[in-house]
Design a protein. Structure first.
Length: 197
């Protein structure tokens, strides 16, 4: 199982992905570069990262080689491949960017890792973190409770499916789509296209 969420550093949304198998956080490099360079425009941050990556490759740095590509939700709401890196790799990349925010971001990355360790030992802390993040994004208390209840219901349903030998992946997607169409008269894909337009 994997977890993709947003984290917030100052006013910057940082996309991240937690891989349960390796117990590793991967962060969007472009989002970190945007925060380091105080750049609100993702295209400018992308160009900065591309130039930095070229320079680091010429210098023989392994930091760029250690970046991976994962699909994450882009600003347009679509899943797009982007460069991601572990905390260790990001700490090396941060040293290559002249920024007064370098130290605060390093501390923030360490805090994120520590919080995840706490959440593994006490899962209730991850629920508290989710509530706080939704509040930061302006969600109402009612919306948050409905979201939490919906997630709880979804977990019970997927546990039931697993107990009855339904395979994750395509079979889960087919059943989810059937339920979604019964509820909304739209497929999941059609509903997402309405939300993004």
């Amino acid at each position: 199982m994997t977890d993709q969420t947003l984290a917030v550093f100052e006013s910057f949304n940082i996309r991240r992905h937690f891989d349960d198998k390796t117990e590793t956080w991967y962060f969007s490099v472009i989002d970190i570069v945007a925060a380091l360079t105080d750049q609100g425009d993702c295209q400018a941050a992308r160009k900065y990262w591309n130039k930095l990556a070229e320079r680091l490759k010429v210098e023989g740095s392994e930091a760029v080689t250690n970046c991976h590509r994962l699909k994450m939700v882009a600003q347009d709401g679509k899943m797009r491949e982007t460069d991601v890196a572990t905390v260790e790799t990001l700490l090396r990349l941060i040293q290559s960017v002249p920024s007064k925010k370098a130290e605060p971001i390093k501390l923030w990355l360490a805090k994120v890792g520590y919080e995840r360790i706490q959440e593994i030992s006490d899962p209730g802390k991850s629920l508290d973190r989710a509530r706080e993040n939704w509040k930061k994004h302006g969600r109402s208390g009612k919306w948050i409770e409905q979201r939490m209840m919906g997630q709880h219901t979804r977990n019970k349903l997927t546990d039931y499916w697993k107990d009855h030998s339904i395979q994750e992946g395509d079979e889960f997607a087919i059943l989810t789509n059937i339920i979604h169409e019964e509820w909304s008269d739209l497929s999941v894909r059609d509903h997402k296209s309405l939300s993004c337009s």
